[in-house]
Design a protein around this ligand. Structure first.
Ligand SMILES: Cc1ncc(COP(=O)(O)O)c(C=O)c1O
Length: 229
């Protein structure tokens, strides 16, 4: 860990990893965790760190507009795959998604799990297909899971990375901002298992965290479960 999070090492990691274990039966290595002032600022950086100017980024559409802004900001080419809408229920057009992932120049997919704006909580089967298509075609995935802690009763979130424990090609983004109405604290968790991308992030990211935000997020992850549930 680095920056102020280091001051709270290993307590911050333990609090957040413990949260993921409790809610999702999924954990990650401490070294893989970095923070950012938001998931969107992290996307702006990661698109730059992962892709070069000739490469393209795949996103299912409709999408949260800032996904495209991160692509545009870095002057990368966007490739979209339309979701199929039937009776207001959205599903992935896997044939189209796979055809687009097969383009050699598509090297990154920004995926939203659960999906904003459709509200879909993807099934494990859908997630496995998305992940497998990306891995089979050397497409790294950034899985934005910012809404994962806020599901209707009876719905279950599965982190995409949980389904692919042997790969380092899936970056997971989570945050306390939506969960605990803490957007003003400007802290998000970015789990980057890939050593190369993580070291670029650490070298180039302007590492500013408000220590109060780290304390607040740590407290929320440690003691906030009863309040949330
Ligand atoms: C899918 C998604 N990702 C990210 C964000 C914002 O993330 P942050 O405030 O951490 O940059 C939002 C906010 O609405 C969102 O819907």
């Amino acid at each position: 860990m680095f920056g102020y999070t280091k001051i709270f090492d290993p307590a911050y990691y333990e609090a957040f990893n413990g949260w993921c274990k409790k809610l999702y039966d999924w954990g990650f290595e401490k070294e893989h965790l970095v923070t950012c002032n938001g998931i969107i600022p992290a996307l702006y950086e990661l698109v730059d760190y992962i892709t070069n100017e000739y490469e393209k980024i795949l996103i299912v559409t409709p999408f949260y507009a800032y996904f495209k802004h991160a692509v545009d900001f870095n002057k990368r080419e966007l490739v979209t795959s339309d979701l199929i809408e039937k009776d207001n229920y959205y599903t992935i057009d896997f044939d189209d998604f796979e055809a687009k992932a097969k383009d050699d120049r598509v090297t990154l997919c920004i995926f939203c799990n659960p999906h904003n704006p459709s509200g879909r909580v993807w099934t494990e089967e859908e997630l496995k297909r998305v992940g497998q298509i990306c891995l089979d075609n050397n497409v790294m995935v950034i899985s934005d899971e910012i809404h994962c802690d806020l599901l209707r009763n009876g719905k279950k979130h599965t982190p995409l990375a949980k389904l692919f424990p042997d790969t380092d090609q899936i970056i997971t983004c989570m945050a306390p901002s939506k969960t605990f109405n803490m957007a003003g604290f400007m802290i998000s968790n970015i789990i980057i298992p890939n050593e190369k991308i993580r070291s670029i992030y650490k070298a180039r990211h302007y590492d500013f965290e408000n220590p109060l935000s780290v304390v607040a997020a740590q407290a929320a992850y440690t003691d906030g479960y009863d309040w949330l549930c």
